[in-house]
Design a protein around this ligand. Sequence first.
Ligand code: HEC
Ligand code: HEC
Length: 475
Amino acid sequence: MTPRSPLTQRAPRRWTRIVILVALVSAAGSIAISRRSSAAEPRGHERRFSNSTGVSRTVSTAGAIDRRNPFFEKLGSNGRTCFTCHRPAQGWTITPPELQDRFDATNGLDPVFRANDGSNCEAADLSTIASRREAFALLLSRGVIRISMDVPANAEFDVVDVDDPYDCQASLASVSVYRRPLPTTNLAFLSAVMWDGRETVPGQAIRDDLITQTRNAVTTHAQGTAPPLPTLRAIVDFELGLFTAQEMDHVGGLLSIAGARGGAETLPKQPFCIGINDPLNMLPSVAGACLKSSGGLDPKAFTLFGAWTNAPSPERQAIARGEAIFNTRQFAITSVPGLNGGAGDPVAGPLSTGTCTLCHDTPNAGNHSVAMALNIGIADASRRAPEMPLYTLRNKATGELLLTTDPGRAMVTGKWRDIGKFKGPVLRALASRAPYFHDGSAATLAAVIEFYDTRFGIKFTEQEKADLLAFLRAL
Ligand code: HEC
Ligand code: HEC
């Protein structure tokens, strides 16, 4: 019998050694990158990055990750590039530890630290290192960027008050909210662009939404003039070719062997069209949606780790159980505006048989396959942390008051019923990019699980929580 290759070894102990070795090698790569990161761009072969639970990898359908792409160029006036806030080692977003490193390396002068939207407040004092540390406190602690939006002219509500720890709001005609940069990878699976879907025009191709998005990113974040269309197209094509996932887990080992299909390699081949696998069957009402025949309906949105159900390694079994929990563990889904929160929502009343995949339905990507902003309660006043502003909105017709840290989709549509609604994001490469949710309010994946357990009264057992965590880390 020929000896097993190291990659098919079963024993967890061996795994640990191999994994540590690979992690060390790739950690060396990412250290090299983070040392150079403020000045330079990643080189083509630097696509593997270690994170706290393993190693992530990005593949590009264009072959190498082309560092000459305008994504890495200064397109505006403040020294920023797209790479300033969308970094391969952090799952193509930014994270507090890396931002703190950048702050220390540059005394808080790296282009990410700009007052136009990086600081808690635009009028921040940036004169000393200490004042800059204070000015960028939210960016450094949560990895969030300030987004200022005018209340839409036709809005069904007024903003009547703000409890603002930074005294930042000059007028109640606009609001400043703080949001995590969404990853610029796995975009081929999107059904809506931005947390509130504001760059998504119904019926328009996502690629065209992304071109508008890129233009706006240059004029706002980078404070530049709109680049010519070929530049915008080059950036969007670059982004659309990127796919990122966890490739190796410190305890589960390589995620694409022994029958498992984790890792980024298979992602470009994963079939997708808007509306695929939508359990609510909203297809007819979704413009540009794929036909039912393209996917069919399967609550098992994730089919990566089934082969590990009876794996010899207990760690791999846990990942497989976690996937099964995500796909099939039922719990009651009550009062989610946009889903079953009242008049106008597609579902009337509570759903007793919901699963995680009711909303995270895109096969093996995990975002919502239809543009359907939902309010699961992240921006609720009850969850407000003292460092976040709290807005009071008043319904112009009824006088009703509502308190929120982020009005979400309502700032796009002006609709009262859209307050606090956000899209269900892609769930790959999660381990690279804590914290989670639009406001970075969940510091860890365990905190995400706790949120759901409380919000929906799921009563996960400790074992179920651990399994679900093992699965989310392996994505
Ligand atoms: C200062 C930081 C910053 C810079 C610079 C930046 N972005 Fe972003 N990006 C963000 C934030 C924050 C969001 C999420 C905002 C929201 O949803 O309200 C975002 C969202 C996105 C999204 C949406 C992804 C999705 O899932 O909907 C894309 C695409 C994107 N950015 C591309 C770019 C491109 C291209 C550039 C360069 C032209 C760029 N960004 C520059 C912070 C930044
Ligand atoms: C009712 C719809 C719904 C259900 C059910 C649901 N989610 Fe979500 N999920 C969302 C939405 C919407 C967001 C974005 C919320 C926000 O940031 O405001 C989200 C965000 C997340 C995130 C954060 C991703 C990121 O990039 O920050 C994770 C992780 C997640 N969900 C996991 C789960 C798990 C695990 C379950 C099952 C226990 C689950 N979700 C059930 C709608 C849902």
